[in-house]
Write a protein that binds this ligand. Sequence first.
Ligand code: AMP
Ligand code: MG
Length: 392
Amino acid sequence: MITPEEAAAIVRQHVRVLPAERLPLVELAGRVLAERVEGTEDLPPFSASTMDGYAVRSADSGDRRLVGDRFAGRMDELTVGPGTAAYITTGAPIPDGADAVVKVELTSESDGVVRIEEEPPAGHNIRAPGYDLRKGELVADVGTILNPASIGLLASAGRVDALVGRRPRVSVLSTGDELVEPGRTPGPGQIRDSNRYALLAALAGLNVDVRFAGLAPDEEDAQRAFLTERIADSDVLISSGGVSMGRKDLMKRLLPELATVHFQQVSMRPGKPVTFATVEGGPLIFALPGNPVSSLIGFELFVRPALLSLQGAGWPERHRVRVRLTHATKPTPRTDYVRAVVTRDREALVATATGEQGSSRLASLAAANALLVLPPEGAPYKTGSIVDALLL
Ligand code: AMP
Ligand code: MG
């Protein structure tokens, strides 16, 4: 059986970055940049005040005679000569002659005279041209996931749009005769379909275009029809259920017929039956296990990075930190992803597992903010042992 790292590498090998599209600033949140953007001029383009106060000459001392105002956005003729000062607001250009700004809190003004409590050194409270961004400096590189600050940078650099990876078209399918819609009261032996809604929620924020989300019974023709239809118009197909060892685990049987299967088992817990297949020129297919925690952990480890990777973001992983266990636990024969709460205890991060870790028990994941990564085998962990955690 392959390790989770090997499985991720196999998925990554099959990612073909989607074509880029040009979008306006207001549509760029979370998108992946497909071009390199550099500053085309120094920002700010002039020396600017970082405070509301008075622009002065640092070589002077004592009271200054007020010679005028300089407001942000204005550049009227104004010179600060020896012994004088100009009122200035944050972001306004420093007038000729001045080389420092005294913040208003350290001054008092009456009858055109400014009293200064603390003489400033040269350059005080002045932002030099290019301080925020220099001409030619990198604004954002190819593969950057655009966050609010990087979109702000694009705007300040004068961009009105940017080239970003196209949104993957995604289809989601739940499989199982036992499943009913959440609004229904399950009959004997039935349960509500939770995976479809959990997976749709996991997709939110990843810039995907969900084309289809449905539920198929454990019936070979129904599942084949779904797969055939969705292979034709999806970049990513995500199913849950039907990949373990049961007689009604039809996904496991159908996928080799319709696609090339790359792995059907990964040495991990939960989520061992996670299956990955591709179709030449078609979608990446993730057939996730049916158990609700298994399907979400499979999504987290393989689908989430693949969706960002398709948009050109490399293979973005969650932040990995070292945490101290607040309890003892044992390793298992597979890599164990333990749902846990990580908090800070003085100088250290500490982790506590979220109770029963069965793969059907969604509450163990709902309460977690991290997954502990416990490698297979090895000695038992004592309270206080240091382990890796992926921050969700
Ligand atoms: P399977 O791999 O299809 O045998 O499913 C494994 C377990 O997950 C079974 O207990 C299923 O009832 C459960 N399961 C499968 N699909 C879903 C779903 N969409 N929502 C909630 N539980 C599911
Ligand atoms: Mg099933």
